[in-house]
Design a protein around this ligand. Structure first.
Ligand code: AMP
Length: 179
């Protein structure tokens, strides 16, 4: 017999099914996970954001979202939790002097930056859409520490298992979905 599910679980199941898989984007051999259809569904978005932050309730003072899709999750999470938000941007886009860290991506290399707007000693919850090789989250952790904050946790919408992301970014990462 099928177990009775709560509406929240139904919404999470639907959320997972709304992640589109795009072959060969942005380059041949990459299976791109597109979360835009999930974001477009109100119940799926709410259930996903709640599932992202639930394990860390009361443990952080600010969320940090990684450009670009991490911004969307961080904005929603900040409003739900009533905390501030630090955007972690790709290099060259910030108007004031910024701390920066370079890292390797699943495809190519990149550099992230953030302004020193973090209250000293702030506990930061890092948020992003996909964990692949783990380089982005490892770099974001370093960036937060360079700014005088401490990483209270890392929450990812979708972890790509088998790419070793946790080995680089930390075994304590919370992922809502796995693929
Ligand atoms: P990584 O540093 O390899 O863990 O890559 C994670 C970052 O790159 C995240 O910010 C993702 O948005 C993006 N990314 C890497 N691989 C994918 C993928 N297959 N589909 C969607 N986004 C990806």
């Amino acid at each position: 017999m099928k177990p009775v599910q709560t509406p929240e679980l139904d919404a999470l199941d639907r959320a997972e099914s709304l992640i589109a898989v795009i072959p060969d984007y942005p380059q041949p051999g990459i299976l791109f996970r597109d979360i835009m259809p999930l974001l477009a569904d109100a119940a799926a978005l709410r259930a996903t954001v709640e599932a992202l932050i639930a394990p860390f309730a009361g443990q952080y003072d600010v969320v940090a979202g990684i450009e670009a899709r991490g911004f969307l999750l961080a904005g929603a999470a900040a409003m739900v939790e009533g905390v501030g938000l630090i955007p972690i941007r790709k290099a060259g886009k910030l108007p004031r002097p910024a701390a920066s860290v370079s890292y390797a991506l699943e495809y190519g290399t990149a550099e992230i930056e953030a302004h020193d707007d973090l209250p000293h000693g702030a506990r930061v919850l890092l948020l992003d859409d996909v964990l692949a090789t783990g380089g982005t989250i490892a770099a974001a952790r370093e960036l937060v520490e360079r700014l005088g904050g401490s990483v209270a946790g890392t929450a990812i919408l979708l972890e790509l298992d088998g790419l070793g992301g946790r080995d680089i970014a930390g075994s304590d990462i919370h992922a809502v979905f796995h693929a």
